[in-house]
Write a protein of this length. Structure first.
Length: 510
Protein backbone atom coordinates (compact mmCIF):
# COMPACT_ATOMS: atom_id res chain seq x y z
CA UNK A 1 0.00 0.00 0.00
CA UNK A 2 1.29 3.46 -0.82
CA UNK A 3 2.06 5.45 2.32
CA UNK A 4 2.37 9.20 2.20
CA UNK A 5 3.98 10.82 5.22
CA UNK A 6 1.57 13.47 6.44
CA UNK A 7 2.32 16.34 8.79
CA UNK A 8 1.72 15.18 12.33
CA UNK A 9 0.81 18.59 13.73
CA UNK A 10 -0.84 21.39 11.77
CA UNK A 11 -1.58 23.70 14.70
CA UNK A 12 1.79 25.46 14.78
CA UNK A 13 1.67 27.18 11.42
CA UNK A 14 3.67 30.29 12.28
CA UNK A 15 7.33 30.00 11.42
CA UNK A 16 9.72 30.97 14.21
CA UNK A 17 11.73 34.14 13.61
CA UNK A 18 15.46 33.58 13.79
CA UNK A 19 15.09 29.89 13.02
CA UNK A 20 17.98 29.89 10.55
CA UNK A 21 20.31 31.50 13.10
CA UNK A 22 19.18 28.88 15.61
CA UNK A 23 19.98 26.19 13.03
CA UNK A 24 23.49 27.62 12.86
CA UNK A 25 23.88 26.89 16.58
CA UNK A 26 22.55 23.36 16.19
CA UNK A 27 24.96 22.49 13.41
CA UNK A 28 27.83 23.54 15.67
CA UNK A 29 26.91 20.61 17.90
CA UNK A 30 26.95 18.33 14.86
CA UNK A 31 30.33 19.76 13.90
CA UNK A 32 31.60 19.04 17.41
CA UNK A 33 30.74 15.33 17.16
CA UNK A 34 31.87 14.92 13.54
CA UNK A 35 35.27 16.52 14.09
CA UNK A 36 35.87 14.36 17.16
CA UNK A 37 35.05 11.16 15.28
CA UNK A 38 37.38 11.92 12.38
CA UNK A 39 40.40 13.17 14.28
CA UNK A 40 40.49 9.97 16.31
CA UNK A 41 41.22 7.92 13.19
CA UNK A 42 43.93 10.36 12.13
CA UNK A 43 45.54 10.32 15.58
CA UNK A 44 45.41 6.53 15.92
CA UNK A 45 49.01 5.90 14.73
CA UNK A 46 50.30 8.45 17.24
CA UNK A 47 48.16 7.05 20.05
CA UNK A 48 49.53 3.59 19.19
CA UNK A 49 53.10 4.86 19.36
CA UNK A 50 52.65 6.77 22.63
CA UNK A 51 50.22 4.63 24.65
CA UNK A 52 51.23 1.28 23.12
CA UNK A 53 47.77 -0.34 23.16
CA UNK A 54 47.29 -3.94 22.09
CA UNK A 55 45.29 -4.62 18.92
CA UNK A 56 42.19 -5.31 21.03
CA UNK A 57 42.69 -2.16 23.11
CA UNK A 58 43.06 -0.15 19.90
CA UNK A 59 39.70 -1.44 18.70
CA UNK A 60 38.17 -0.57 22.09
CA UNK A 61 39.54 2.97 21.82
CA UNK A 62 37.86 3.16 18.41
CA UNK A 63 34.49 1.69 19.29
CA UNK A 64 33.77 2.15 23.03
CA UNK A 65 32.41 5.64 22.26
CA UNK A 66 29.90 4.06 19.89
CA UNK A 67 29.02 1.32 22.40
CA UNK A 68 28.14 3.79 25.14
CA UNK A 69 26.42 6.33 22.92
CA UNK A 70 24.31 3.59 21.29
CA UNK A 71 23.23 2.40 24.72
CA UNK A 72 22.24 5.88 25.94
CA UNK A 73 20.82 7.68 22.88
CA UNK A 74 17.22 6.56 23.39
CA UNK A 75 17.37 7.40 27.09
CA UNK A 76 18.92 10.82 26.47
CA UNK A 77 16.52 11.60 23.63
CA UNK A 78 13.62 10.80 25.93
CA UNK A 79 15.18 12.83 28.75
CA UNK A 80 15.44 15.82 26.41
CA UNK A 81 11.74 15.45 25.58
CA UNK A 82 11.04 15.68 29.30
CA UNK A 83 13.43 18.28 30.76
CA UNK A 84 13.90 20.37 27.62
CA UNK A 85 15.92 19.79 24.47
CA UNK A 86 17.78 23.09 24.71
CA UNK A 87 18.77 22.38 28.30
CA UNK A 88 20.13 18.90 27.60
CA UNK A 89 21.92 20.07 24.44
CA UNK A 90 23.78 22.87 26.24
CA UNK A 91 24.61 20.67 29.25
CA UNK A 92 25.84 17.91 26.94
CA UNK A 93 27.98 20.30 24.90
CA UNK A 94 29.63 21.64 28.06
CA UNK A 95 30.38 18.11 29.28
CA UNK A 96 31.62 17.10 25.81
CA UNK A 97 34.17 19.90 25.83
CA UNK A 98 35.36 19.15 29.36
CA UNK A 99 35.76 15.41 28.70
CA UNK A 100 37.66 16.18 25.48
CA UNK A 101 40.39 17.56 27.74
CA UNK A 102 40.43 14.22 29.58
CA UNK A 103 40.89 12.49 26.21
CA UNK A 104 43.73 14.82 25.28
CA UNK A 105 45.73 14.05 28.41
CA UNK A 106 45.12 10.28 28.65
CA UNK A 107 48.31 8.52 29.77
CA UNK A 108 47.47 4.84 29.19
CA UNK A 109 45.25 2.71 26.92
CA UNK A 110 42.91 2.04 29.85
CA UNK A 111 42.56 5.76 30.62
CA UNK A 112 41.90 6.49 26.96
CA UNK A 113 39.17 3.85 26.81
CA UNK A 114 37.49 5.33 29.92
CA UNK A 115 37.78 8.84 28.46
CA UNK A 116 36.16 7.71 25.20
CA UNK A 117 33.35 6.02 27.14
CA UNK A 118 32.64 9.18 29.13
CA UNK A 119 32.65 11.16 25.90
CA UNK A 120 29.97 8.77 24.67
CA UNK A 121 27.79 9.69 27.65
CA UNK A 122 28.06 13.38 26.77
CA UNK A 123 27.72 12.74 23.02
CA UNK A 124 24.46 10.86 23.56
CA UNK A 125 22.80 14.13 24.55
CA UNK A 126 23.78 16.07 21.42
CA UNK A 127 22.55 14.46 18.21
CA UNK A 128 18.93 13.59 19.22
CA UNK A 129 18.48 17.09 20.64
CA UNK A 130 19.68 18.78 17.45
CA UNK A 131 17.35 16.83 15.15
CA UNK A 132 14.41 17.18 17.54
CA UNK A 133 14.91 20.94 17.72
CA UNK A 134 15.02 21.10 13.90
CA UNK A 135 11.66 19.28 13.85
CA UNK A 136 10.24 21.94 16.18
CA UNK A 137 11.91 24.94 14.54
CA UNK A 138 10.80 24.25 10.95
CA UNK A 139 7.13 23.64 10.21
CA UNK A 140 7.35 24.00 6.44
CA UNK A 141 8.36 20.59 5.00
CA UNK A 142 10.59 22.03 2.27
CA UNK A 143 12.37 24.29 4.73
CA UNK A 144 12.79 21.34 7.08
CA UNK A 145 14.27 19.24 4.27
CA UNK A 146 16.79 21.99 3.58
CA UNK A 147 17.53 22.32 7.30
CA UNK A 148 18.11 18.57 7.58
CA UNK A 149 20.32 18.78 4.49
CA UNK A 150 22.38 21.55 6.10
CA UNK A 151 22.53 19.49 9.31
CA UNK A 152 23.86 16.50 7.39
CA UNK A 153 26.17 18.62 5.25
CA UNK A 154 27.71 20.09 8.38
CA UNK A 155 28.41 16.62 9.70
CA UNK A 156 30.10 15.84 6.39
CA UNK A 157 32.00 19.11 6.48
CA UNK A 158 33.18 18.14 9.94
CA UNK A 159 34.62 14.95 8.53
CA UNK A 160 36.63 17.13 6.14
CA UNK A 161 37.62 19.85 8.59
CA UNK A 162 38.60 17.33 11.27
CA UNK A 163 41.35 15.54 9.33
CA UNK A 164 42.75 18.77 7.83
CA UNK A 165 42.88 20.68 11.10
CA UNK A 166 43.89 17.52 12.93
CA UNK A 167 46.63 16.82 10.39
CA UNK A 168 48.01 20.32 10.86
CA UNK A 169 47.97 19.93 14.65
CA UNK A 170 49.60 16.49 14.50
CA UNK A 171 52.45 17.88 12.44
CA UNK A 172 53.11 20.68 14.93
CA UNK A 173 51.87 19.44 18.33
CA UNK A 174 51.27 16.22 20.27
CA UNK A 175 48.33 13.95 19.47
CA UNK A 176 46.21 15.19 22.37
CA UNK A 177 45.87 18.57 20.67
CA UNK A 178 43.36 17.11 18.19
CA UNK A 179 40.83 16.73 20.98
CA UNK A 180 41.31 20.26 22.27
CA UNK A 181 39.87 21.74 19.06
CA UNK A 182 36.46 20.80 20.51
CA UNK A 183 36.77 23.52 23.16
CA UNK A 184 36.28 26.69 21.06
CA UNK A 185 33.40 25.07 19.16
CA UNK A 186 31.76 24.09 22.44
CA UNK A 187 32.23 27.57 23.88
CA UNK A 188 30.56 29.26 20.90
CA UNK A 189 27.72 26.72 20.91
CA UNK A 190 26.90 27.26 24.58
CA UNK A 191 27.26 31.05 24.66
CA UNK A 192 25.26 31.66 21.46
CA UNK A 193 22.80 28.81 22.08
CA UNK A 194 21.70 30.31 25.39
CA UNK A 195 20.48 33.37 23.47
CA UNK A 196 19.17 31.90 20.21
CA UNK A 197 17.78 28.42 20.83
CA UNK A 198 14.13 28.08 21.82
CA UNK A 199 13.30 25.61 24.56
CA UNK A 200 10.95 22.78 23.65
CA UNK A 201 9.69 19.77 25.55
CA UNK A 202 6.80 17.34 25.57
CA UNK A 203 3.70 18.75 27.26
CA UNK A 204 2.85 15.66 29.35
CA UNK A 205 6.02 13.57 29.26
CA UNK A 206 5.45 11.20 32.17
CA UNK A 207 8.28 10.01 34.41
CA UNK A 208 11.76 9.15 33.13
CA UNK A 209 11.76 5.43 33.80
CA UNK A 210 15.17 4.48 35.24
CA UNK A 211 14.51 0.75 34.87
CA UNK A 212 14.06 1.28 31.12
CA UNK A 213 17.27 3.33 31.00
CA UNK A 214 19.26 0.51 32.65
CA UNK A 215 17.68 -2.17 30.44
CA UNK A 216 18.49 -0.17 27.30
CA UNK A 217 22.10 0.45 28.34
CA UNK A 218 22.78 -3.13 29.46
CA UNK A 219 21.06 -4.55 26.40
CA UNK A 220 22.91 -2.51 23.80
CA UNK A 221 26.35 -2.78 25.40
CA UNK A 222 25.95 -6.51 26.15
CA UNK A 223 24.85 -7.37 22.63
CA UNK A 224 27.44 -5.25 20.84
CA UNK A 225 30.23 -6.44 23.16
CA UNK A 226 29.34 -10.06 22.42
CA UNK A 227 29.42 -9.48 18.67
CA UNK A 228 32.74 -7.67 18.95
CA UNK A 229 34.36 -10.38 21.07
CA UNK A 230 33.05 -13.19 18.87
CA UNK A 231 34.39 -11.44 15.77
CA UNK A 232 37.78 -10.76 17.38
CA UNK A 233 38.47 -13.87 19.47
CA UNK A 234 35.91 -16.45 18.36
CA UNK A 235 33.33 -18.23 20.49
CA UNK A 236 33.74 -18.27 24.30
CA UNK A 237 31.29 -18.90 27.11
CA UNK A 238 31.80 -15.38 28.48
CA UNK A 239 30.95 -13.97 25.06
CA UNK A 240 27.79 -16.07 24.88
CA UNK A 241 26.81 -14.97 28.39
CA UNK A 242 27.24 -11.28 27.48
CA UNK A 243 25.17 -11.75 24.32
CA UNK A 244 22.38 -13.54 26.17
CA UNK A 245 22.36 -10.89 28.89
CA UNK A 246 22.13 -8.15 26.26
CA UNK A 247 19.35 -9.90 24.35
CA UNK A 248 17.40 -10.55 27.56
CA UNK A 249 17.75 -6.91 28.63
CA UNK A 250 16.55 -5.63 25.24
CA UNK A 251 13.62 -8.07 25.34
CA UNK A 252 12.75 -6.77 28.79
CA UNK A 253 13.07 -3.19 27.54
CA UNK A 254 10.62 -3.77 24.69
CA UNK A 255 8.10 -5.56 26.96
CA UNK A 256 8.33 -2.79 29.52
CA UNK A 257 7.77 -0.06 26.89
CA UNK A 258 4.64 -1.85 25.70
CA UNK A 259 3.26 -1.92 29.26
CA UNK A 260 4.12 1.59 30.41
CA UNK A 261 1.35 4.20 29.95
CA UNK A 262 3.98 6.74 28.81
CA UNK A 263 7.00 4.74 27.61
CA UNK A 264 10.58 5.89 27.28
CA UNK A 265 10.35 4.82 23.60
CA UNK A 266 7.02 4.35 21.84
CA UNK A 267 7.50 1.00 20.09
CA UNK A 268 4.54 1.78 17.82
CA UNK A 269 6.90 4.01 15.84
CA UNK A 270 8.26 0.85 14.22
CA UNK A 271 4.84 0.01 12.75
CA UNK A 272 5.49 2.79 10.24
CA UNK A 273 7.22 1.01 7.35
CA UNK A 274 8.98 4.17 6.23
CA UNK A 275 10.37 4.82 9.71
CA UNK A 276 11.59 1.23 10.10
CA UNK A 277 13.02 1.11 6.59
CA UNK A 278 14.93 4.37 7.06
CA UNK A 279 16.37 3.21 10.39
CA UNK A 280 17.47 -0.13 8.91
CA UNK A 281 19.06 1.60 5.91
CA UNK A 282 21.08 3.87 8.21
CA UNK A 283 22.28 0.96 10.34
CA UNK A 284 23.43 -1.17 7.40
CA UNK A 285 25.09 1.77 5.64
CA UNK A 286 27.25 2.69 8.60
CA UNK A 287 27.98 -0.97 9.33
CA UNK A 288 29.34 -1.43 5.82
CA UNK A 289 31.35 1.82 5.85
CA UNK A 290 32.79 2.11 9.34
CA UNK A 291 35.50 -0.52 9.10
CA UNK A 292 36.93 1.17 6.00
CA UNK A 293 36.68 4.66 7.52
CA UNK A 294 38.40 3.59 10.75
CA UNK A 295 41.42 2.09 8.96
CA UNK A 296 41.67 4.51 6.03
CA UNK A 297 43.87 7.02 7.85
CA UNK A 298 46.24 4.23 8.88
CA UNK A 299 46.42 3.09 5.25
CA UNK A 300 47.21 6.58 3.99
CA UNK A 301 49.86 7.27 6.65
CA UNK A 302 51.42 3.93 7.58
CA UNK A 303 51.15 2.17 4.21
CA UNK A 304 51.49 4.98 1.69
CA UNK A 305 53.68 7.17 3.89
CA UNK A 306 51.58 10.35 3.69
CA UNK A 307 51.97 13.05 6.33
CA UNK A 308 48.93 13.66 8.61
CA UNK A 309 47.83 16.84 6.80
CA UNK A 310 48.24 15.17 3.42
CA UNK A 311 46.20 12.19 4.66
CA UNK A 312 43.46 14.55 5.83
CA UNK A 313 43.33 16.29 2.46
CA UNK A 314 43.23 12.90 0.71
CA UNK A 315 39.94 12.13 2.46
CA UNK A 316 38.37 15.43 1.37
CA UNK A 317 36.43 14.14 -1.70
CA UNK A 318 34.09 12.08 0.51
CA UNK A 319 33.11 15.13 2.54
CA UNK A 320 32.71 17.36 -0.53
CA UNK A 321 30.45 14.80 -2.21
CA UNK A 322 28.36 14.40 0.93
CA UNK A 323 27.91 18.15 1.43
CA UNK A 324 26.73 18.74 -2.15
CA UNK A 325 24.44 15.69 -2.20
CA UNK A 326 22.98 16.51 1.21
CA UNK A 327 21.88 19.96 0.07
CA UNK A 328 20.24 18.50 -3.08
CA UNK A 329 18.74 15.39 -1.48
CA UNK A 330 15.34 16.76 -0.50
CA UNK A 331 14.69 18.19 -3.97
CA UNK A 332 15.84 14.95 -5.61
CA UNK A 333 13.57 12.82 -3.41
CA UNK A 334 10.55 14.96 -4.32
CA UNK A 335 11.34 14.93 -8.03
CA UNK A 336 12.03 11.22 -8.28
CA UNK A 337 11.12 9.22 -5.17
CA UNK A 338 12.38 8.52 -1.68
CA UNK A 339 13.29 4.93 -2.46
CA UNK A 340 15.04 5.79 -5.72
CA UNK A 341 17.31 8.34 -4.02
CA UNK A 342 18.06 6.21 -0.95
CA UNK A 343 18.54 2.94 -2.84
CA UNK A 344 20.58 4.65 -5.55
CA UNK A 345 22.81 6.28 -2.95
CA UNK A 346 23.40 3.00 -1.13
CA UNK A 347 24.14 1.14 -4.37
CA UNK A 348 26.67 3.83 -5.34
CA UNK A 349 28.47 3.39 -2.02
CA UNK A 350 28.46 -0.39 -2.49
CA UNK A 351 30.00 -0.14 -5.96
CA UNK A 352 32.64 2.32 -4.73
CA UNK A 353 33.60 -0.07 -1.93
CA UNK A 354 33.77 -2.92 -4.44
CA UNK A 355 36.28 -0.87 -6.45
CA UNK A 356 38.47 -0.59 -3.37
CA UNK A 357 38.91 -4.37 -3.19
CA UNK A 358 41.80 -3.91 -5.65
CA UNK A 359 43.72 -1.66 -3.23
CA UNK A 360 47.44 -2.28 -3.01
CA UNK A 361 50.35 -0.60 -1.25
CA UNK A 362 51.07 1.59 -4.27
CA UNK A 363 47.52 2.21 -5.52
CA UNK A 364 47.38 5.64 -7.15
CA UNK A 365 45.25 8.38 -5.68
CA UNK A 366 42.86 8.78 -8.66
CA UNK A 367 41.15 5.46 -7.87
CA UNK A 368 40.97 6.14 -4.15
CA UNK A 369 39.84 9.74 -4.58
CA UNK A 370 37.13 8.81 -7.10
CA UNK A 371 35.85 6.03 -4.84
CA UNK A 372 35.71 8.38 -1.85
CA UNK A 373 33.83 10.99 -3.89
CA UNK A 374 31.19 8.41 -4.89
CA UNK A 375 30.94 7.22 -1.27
CA UNK A 376 30.33 10.79 -0.15
CA UNK A 377 27.67 11.50 -2.77
CA UNK A 378 25.84 8.26 -2.00
CA UNK A 379 25.95 8.85 1.74
CA UNK A 380 24.82 12.47 1.38
CA UNK A 381 21.74 11.47 -0.59
CA UNK A 382 20.76 8.47 1.53
CA UNK A 383 21.38 9.84 5.03
CA UNK A 384 19.67 13.17 4.39
CA UNK A 385 16.53 11.59 2.96
CA UNK A 386 16.27 8.90 5.66
CA UNK A 387 16.64 11.57 8.38
CA UNK A 388 13.84 13.58 6.74
CA UNK A 389 11.63 10.48 6.53
CA UNK A 390 12.22 9.69 10.21
CA UNK A 391 11.44 13.23 11.38
CA UNK A 392 8.38 13.58 9.14
CA UNK A 393 6.81 10.30 10.23
CA UNK A 394 6.30 11.21 13.91
CA UNK A 395 4.45 13.94 15.83
CA UNK A 396 6.55 16.80 17.18
CA UNK A 397 6.28 15.56 20.76
CA UNK A 398 8.02 12.33 19.74
CA UNK A 399 10.79 14.02 17.76
CA UNK A 400 13.39 13.37 20.45
CA UNK A 401 12.63 9.66 20.64
CA UNK A 402 12.53 9.28 16.86
CA UNK A 403 15.82 11.16 16.45
CA UNK A 404 17.37 9.01 19.15
CA UNK A 405 16.33 5.82 17.33
CA UNK A 406 17.88 7.18 14.14
CA UNK A 407 21.14 8.04 15.88
CA UNK A 408 21.14 4.72 17.75
CA UNK A 409 21.03 2.91 14.41
CA UNK A 410 23.95 5.06 13.25
CA UNK A 411 26.07 4.42 16.34
CA UNK A 412 25.15 0.75 16.56
CA UNK A 413 26.12 0.35 12.92
CA UNK A 414 29.45 2.10 13.63
CA UNK A 415 30.18 -0.13 16.60
CA UNK A 416 29.24 -3.31 14.75
CA UNK A 417 31.15 -2.22 11.66
CA UNK A 418 34.35 -1.47 13.57
CA UNK A 419 33.91 -4.70 15.53
CA UNK A 420 33.19 -6.98 12.57
CA UNK A 421 35.05 -5.35 9.67
CA UNK A 422 37.80 -4.07 11.95
CA UNK A 423 38.26 -7.58 13.24
CA UNK A 424 38.57 -8.84 9.65
CA UNK A 425 41.40 -6.38 9.03
CA UNK A 426 43.06 -7.21 12.34
CA UNK A 427 42.64 -10.96 11.85
CA UNK A 428 44.19 -10.96 8.39
CA UNK A 429 46.95 -8.61 9.51
CA UNK A 430 48.06 -10.71 12.47
CA UNK A 431 48.83 -13.69 10.24
CA UNK A 432 51.62 -11.98 8.32
CA UNK A 433 54.96 -13.80 8.26
CA UNK A 434 57.90 -11.62 9.24
CA UNK A 435 61.63 -12.39 9.28
CA UNK A 436 63.29 -14.03 12.26
CA UNK A 437 63.37 -11.70 15.22
CA UNK A 438 60.03 -10.00 14.45
CA UNK A 439 58.69 -8.95 17.90
CA UNK A 440 55.20 -10.01 18.98
CA UNK A 441 54.14 -6.35 19.24
CA UNK A 442 54.48 -6.05 15.45
CA UNK A 443 51.59 -8.50 15.03
CA UNK A 444 49.26 -6.48 17.27
CA UNK A 445 48.82 -3.50 14.93
CA UNK A 446 50.47 -1.84 11.95
CA UNK A 447 51.44 1.06 14.20
CA UNK A 448 53.17 -1.45 16.46
CA UNK A 449 55.05 -2.87 13.48
CA UNK A 450 56.27 0.57 12.40
CA UNK A 451 57.49 1.28 15.92
CA UNK A 452 59.12 -2.18 16.27
CA UNK A 453 60.99 -1.66 13.00
CA UNK A 454 63.01 1.09 14.66
CA UNK A 455 64.76 -1.46 16.86
CA UNK A 456 65.55 -4.00 14.12
CA UNK A 457 68.40 -4.24 11.59
CA UNK A 458 67.62 -2.23 8.46
CA UNK A 459 67.19 -5.21 6.11
CA UNK A 460 65.00 -7.16 8.57
CA UNK A 461 62.96 -4.05 9.35
CA UNK A 462 62.27 -3.41 5.64
CA UNK A 463 61.27 -7.03 5.07
CA UNK A 464 59.02 -7.08 8.11
CA UNK A 465 57.32 -3.78 7.23
CA UNK A 466 56.66 -4.89 3.66
CA UNK A 467 55.03 -8.10 4.89
CA UNK A 468 53.02 -6.22 7.52
CA UNK A 469 51.80 -3.59 5.07
CA UNK A 470 50.87 -6.21 2.48
CA UNK A 471 48.88 -8.13 5.06
CA UNK A 472 47.17 -4.95 6.32
CA UNK A 473 46.13 -3.97 2.79
CA UNK A 474 44.85 -7.51 2.14
CA UNK A 475 42.67 -7.23 5.23
CA UNK A 476 41.45 -3.78 4.23
CA UNK A 477 40.53 -5.00 0.74
CA UNK A 478 38.63 -7.96 2.21
CA UNK A 479 36.76 -5.65 4.58
CA UNK A 480 35.88 -3.37 1.65
CA UNK A 481 34.44 -6.38 -0.20
CA UNK A 482 32.30 -7.36 2.79
CA UNK A 483 31.20 -3.75 3.17
CA UNK A 484 30.25 -3.62 -0.52
CA UNK A 485 28.05 -6.71 -0.10
CA UNK A 486 26.35 -5.15 2.95
CA UNK A 487 25.66 -1.88 1.10
CA UNK A 488 24.25 -3.57 -1.98
CA UNK A 489 21.97 -5.69 0.24
CA UNK A 490 20.90 -2.50 2.02
CA UNK A 491 20.07 -0.88 -1.32
CA UNK A 492 17.77 -3.79 -2.21
CA UNK A 493 16.11 -3.71 1.24
CA UNK A 494 15.56 0.06 1.03
CA UNK A 495 13.94 -0.28 -2.40
CA UNK A 496 11.25 -2.56 -0.99
CA UNK A 497 10.83 -1.01 2.48
CA UNK A 498 10.63 2.59 1.28
CA UNK A 499 8.29 1.92 -1.64
CA UNK A 500 5.51 4.51 -1.71
CA UNK A 501 7.13 6.80 0.85
CA UNK A 502 7.02 10.51 0.03
CA UNK A 503 8.40 13.64 1.61
CA UNK A 504 5.86 16.28 2.57
CA UNK A 505 5.32 19.18 0.19
CA UNK A 506 4.11 22.72 0.78
CA UNK A 507 3.48 24.62 3.99
CA UNK A 508 1.64 23.24 6.99
CA UNK A 509 -0.97 25.97 7.26
CA UNK A 510 -3.89 25.37 9.50
Amino acid sequence: MTSTLQPADRTDAVERPGRWLALGVLVLAVLLVAVDATVLGLATPYISEDLKPSGTQLLWIGDVYSFVIAGLLVSMGSLGDRIGRKRILLAGATAFGAISVFNAYATSPETMIVARALLGVAGATLMPATLALIRNLFNDPRERSLAVGIWGATASAGTAVGPIVGGFLLEHFWWGSVFLINLPVMAVLVLVGIKLLPESRTANPGPWDLVSVVLSLVGMIGLVYAIKEAATHGFAWSTLAAGLLGAAALHGFVRRQLRLPIPLLDMRLFRNRGFSGAVLADLLTILGLSGLVFFLSQYLQLVQGRRPLEAGLAELPAAVGAVVAGLLAGRAARRFSVRAVVSGGLAAIGLALAALTVLGQSTGYPLLGAALLVVGVGAGFSFTVTADVILSSVPKEQAGSASAVSETAYELGAALGIAALGSIVTGVYRDFTGPAGTPAAAHESLGGAVEAAGGMPAHSAATMLDAARTSFVDGLALAAGVGAAVLLAAAVAAWFLLGGQKLESGRNHA
